[in-house]
Design a protein around this ligand. Structure first.
Ligand code: MN
Length: 206
């Protein structure tokens, strides 16, 4: 038992149906997310000073992690954090479009919501192999950006703040959608918790 713990899903396993099915949610959370959590704790056994830091800080400063465990922390720490964001980004009553300052940032960066949706979907569907599609805040450029990351590597390791993440690993959709990743991506828009994304944007902008 290590420092990092798997939080329960903030809604029922079947709550996102028909867009994301209960069996996928159960395996994804109880098996895959648990494995990243355990993997992070195992990786940090030899680095007790890091165990007391929030995972966000560890990932932001990934180069400060001892080289012999850096790859494992990047993968399992990224997986632990990414999935925490993924569950919070979703809500059975979600969907629609953002409002407020987040909507303004999306409009400024991409023209309008429809263009953002199209560009985000295209980049996520196009990821080769396993990875994540992200809407991030770039603090140096002071704007929202679309970013793809391979495997479980966190956008935080590039100095970016994750706002909205889409897991396109096959474990996230294969039971229901098989090879139809584009259908999964299309359905995912119906359950986005824009209030959570807006909170992350607000905190990122400061
Ligand atoms: Mn996943």
């Amino acid at each position: 038992m290590g420092k990092f713990e798997l939080s329960p899903l903030p809604y029922d396993y079947k709550a996102l149906e028909p867009h994301i099915d209960a069996q996928t949610m159960t395996i994804h959370h109880d098996k895959h997310h648990l494995a990243y959590t355990n993997g992070l704790n195992t990786a940090l056994e030899s680095a007790p000073d890091l165990q007391s830091k929030p995972v966000e800080e560890i990932l932001k400063n990934i180069k400060a992690v001892p080289e012999n465990i850096r790859g494992a922390v990047n993968f399992h720490g990224g997986g632990f954090d990414n999935h925490n964001i993924f569950w919070a980004n979703l809500n059975p009553k979600g969907g629609g479009e953002p409002s407020g300052p987040l909507a303004d940032a999306v409009k400024k960066a991409f023209g309008d919501f429809a263009k953002f949706k199209e560009q985000f979907s295209k980049s996520a569907v196009g990821i080769q192999g396993s990875g994540w599609g992200w809407l991030v805040y770039n603090p140096s450029a002071k704007k929202a950006e679309i970013k793809t990351m391979p495997n479980q590597t966190s956008p935080r390791t590039d100095g970016l703040v994750p706002l909205l993440g889409l897991d396109v690993w096959e474990h996230a959709y294969y039971l229901k959608y098989q090879n139809r990743r584009a259908d999964y991506v299309g359905a995912w828009w119906n359950v986005i918790n824009w209030a959570d994304v807006a909170d992350r944007y607000k905190n990122a902008v400061g």
